[in-house]
Design a binder for this molecule. Structure first.
Ligand SMILES: CC(C)(COP(=O)(O)OP(=O)(O)OC[C@H]1O[C@@H](n2cnc3c(N)ncnc32)[C@H](O)[C@@H]1OP(=O)(O)O)[C@@H](O)C(=O)NCCC(=O)NCCS
Length: 221
């Protein structure tokens, strides 16, 4: 079946990357892009159709398939589930250079960018980003809305919790569990399970002291 004409959500850097993957994979040019930024110029060749809350009207007008191309994991999951609830189909997007084992599964709304490798019996939930050149080995289980950043490598049987982020060039030892919402710093070597919501980095990975919070506003400002 020919790939459908998508409604994209998100006209930022990840939106441009998804558009490039769609073009390389021979999908038709998306019908338009939604983005809450009123100054949004759209994407190259793809018109801006308004803020995200236009999705329901566009569904009623007959658009049937969509992709949420936002880098933020929580927002991508929220909007992806909203679109599914509105009756949109969210077909997984696969760059032609991505190698997926025959029995690997890529969930609705997920994307496999150029040169991804997804190993035997690996399962990937909804709204997941497998970014450029990442390797997800056999039997890994990736929950919804996580992001495996460029060049990261997951050994066999790794489990990644919902909306977790594995940073650029990080490596995860086989069989490790990464908790929901955790962040793995770029370049980390993860050799032990990572608790829910924690931020780790380094070789071997240890908890990272997070950057200073933004300065408090003076009263009345
Ligand atoms: C780990 C990370 C989330 C921390 O970000 P942050 O909270 O803004 O932290 P800061 O940059 O203020 O650094 C805080 C401390 O952690 C250290 N640190 C930051 N990133 C680190 C990393 N990847 N590995 C080891 N230590 C790290 C800093 O040197 C600093 O140490 P100090 O307190 O001794 O000076 C971030 O640096 C990171 O690696 N993000 C992943 C980016 C990525 O891969 N994105 C994918 C885009 S496609």
């Amino acid at each position: 079946m020919a790939p459908p004409r998508l409604l994209l959500v998100g006209a930022g850097g990840h939106g441009r990357a998804v558009l490039a993957a769609l073009r390389d994979a021979g999908w038709p040019l998306p019908a338009g892009v939604l983005d809450d930024d009123p100054a949004c110029p759209g994407l190259p060749g793809v018109p801006w159709l308004g803020p995200v809350d236009r999705a329901a009207a566009l569904r009623a007008e007959g658009l049937g398939a969509a992709h949420v191309a936002l880098g933020g994991n929580a927002r991508r999951r929220e909007l992806g589930e909203q679109l599914l609830g509105l009756g949109f189909d969210l077909p997984p997007v696969r760059h032609p250079t991505a190698v997926l084992a025959e029995d690997a599964r890529l969930g609705a709304g997920s994307v496999a960018m150029p040169r991804v490798v997804l190993g035997a019996a690996a399962t990937v939930g909804r709204h997941v980003i497998l970014n450029t050149g990442s390797i997800v080995e056999h039997d890994c289980e990736l929950a919804a809305a996580c992001h495996i950043a460029p060049g990261a490598v997951l050994g066999g049987g790794v489990r990644i919790g919902e909306a977790a982020m594995v940073g650029i060039l990080a490596g995860i030892r086989p069989g490790i569990r990464i908790g929901a919402g955790a962040t793995i710093g770029l370049g980390a070597a993860v050799v032990a399970d990572v608790p829910v919501g924690s931020v780790v980095g380094g070789v071997p990975a240890r908890p990272v002291r997070q950057g200073a919070p933004p300065p408090a506003r003076p009263p009345g400002e």
